[in-house]
Design a protein around this ligand. Structure first.
Ligand SMILES: Cc1ncc(COP(=O)(O)O)c(C=O)c1O
Length: 421
């Protein structure tokens, strides 16, 4: 029999925590079978690598070492493969980071949490893009850290000159030394679908180097390999000369290009002290991410089958992005004042509603969508300050549903848009 627990005194961290938006979106989608969720960021079950995972498990080394505890930092061969992959993605002649600078984590989510824990104290400031991956707000607020929006231009790029002004203003207010981290999602971002241009990355490096060289750039590359026609040309921040000598941590994930269920991600950094301190904290939590998951990823790389898998995923998701976008256009959504760009990678579409529309959970549009059994992510939750955020944006995911359901979801969405015109 449960007890109410009212007389238990919870910690400050427990009291700061809120129900995660992503958990409740996922729960809604799973609870009502008829509802079509364009909200939850799942991938597509039909392209999960079940055969490859079975093969990897069948090939576990004779001594069963992959079923034993592993190391806190992660399997060395896997980290070497990742270092090699980063070098190849950046077209760099020499490695931008080596296996010693890589830490395997429980999804890239744990990387974000560890980095925030290692770098920030309560009351510190982390810069985030506007919009950004809304789950990062849970990470930051859970640790008592302030998320502060970066100035963005109309194309969704961070504006380096306005960032310079923001840093100078914070210096004037005596708060500059509270800024510890800047979080960028640089390829096919969640939610905006924007990739950061090389020129912007370079300018940002110059600004930080001049004004706040201690700020750690956390470059989230969760969707980098999921491009639809060709890879985005910008090198990672780690590889750019303007960032040489500045602290950088790149996070990566096996969720989008392999399987979210193996819960595997990593970060790669040019700062050994970040590795050391993160490992100390990781040891307090789990002393190493699942060795079996890491073996599976290691096998996928060593067998050469990871690349084949990802090549297939690119085509698959490109087709689904097209299906969703085409159906929205066909349903007349643009005629009702909605605007969007076709994504060129990732799993998400970002739409701007007509002037004056409120897409928030308390608005008529959201109610119309729920009545018609289609779910989306209200754009305002992707901003550090939802109160001052633009109210008319929407994030749609084409990751999970089959193309036929995406089209039906799009038709329902268009019907709701017409009803709210
Ligand atoms: C931009 C971004 N970063 C990080 C994550 C966390 O992914 P995971 O912990 O599954 O690696 C997600 C998940 O959707 C994401 O969209």
């Amino acid at each position: 029999m449960n007890i109410s627990g009212e007389n238990i005194r919870m910690s400050a961290a427990a009291n700061r925590s809120r129900e995660s938006v992503v958990a409740s979106l996922m729960a809604k989608a799973l609870a009502k079978p008829g509802i079509l969720s364009l909200a939850a960021g799942f991938t597509d079950n039909t392209v999960l690598p079940a055969t490859l995972v079975r093969e990897a498990v069948r090939n576990i080394p004779e001594n069963a070492s992959a079923l034993q505890y592993g190391s806190n930092q992660g399997r060395p061969a896997l980290r070497r493969s990742l270092a090699e992959k980063l070098r190849a993605l950046d077209g760099a002649k020499i490695a931008t980071v080596d296996a010693a600078g890589i830490v395997m984590t429980n999804g890239s989510q744990q990387s974000l949490y560890l980095l925030a824990q290692v770098l920030c104290d309560e009351g510190d400031i982390v810069f985030v893009e506007a919009p950004t991956y809304f789950v990062v707000f849970d990470v930051l607020s859970g640790l008592g850290i302030e998320a502060m929006s970066l100035p963005m231009d109309a194309r969704g790029q961070v504006d380096p000159e306005l960032l310079r002004e923001l840093l100078c203003r914070l210096r004037g207010e005596g708060r500059l030394n509270r800024v510890k981290m800047a979080y960028f999602i640089t390829y096919y971002s969640n939610p905006g679908g924007v990739s950061m241009e090389s020129g912007v990355k370079r300018e940002l490096g110059k600004v930080f180097s001049e004004i706040a060289p201690w700020v750690v750039a956390v470059e989230d590359t969760a969707y980098r390999e999921l491009y639809f026609s060709s890879p985005h040309p910008a090198q990672s921040i780690l590889a750019l000369p303007e960032w040489k000598g500045l602290p950088v941590a790149l996070t990566g994930s096996f969720s989008k290009c392999f399987s979210p269920g193996i819960r595997l991600g990593y970060f790669a950094t040019n700062v050994p002290k970040i590795v050391e301190k993160s490992l100390n904290i990781k040891a307090q939590q789990d002393f190493g991410s699942a060795n079996l998951s890491q073996w599976i990823a290691e096998y996928a790389f060593a067998s050469g089958k990871f690349d084949t898998l990802v090549a297939g995923l690119r085509m698959h998701y490109a087709g689904k992005a097209r299906a969703l976008s085409d159906e929205l256009a066909f349903g007349g959504l643009r005629k009702t004042g909605w605007k969007w760009n076709d994504p060129d990678g990732g799993l998400l579409m970002w739409l701007r509603g007509p002037e004056g529309l409120n897409t928030g959970a308390d608005g008529d549009f959201c109610r119309e969508c729920i009545d018609r059994e289609v779910l989306y992510v209200p754009g305002a939750i992707c901003y550090a300050d939802p109160e001052s955020a633009p109210k008319g944006n929407v994030r749609l995911s084409f990751g999970t549903l089959p193309a036929k359901d995406l089209r039906e979801g799009a038709r329902r969405f268009c019907a709701a848009a017409k009803a709210c015109k």
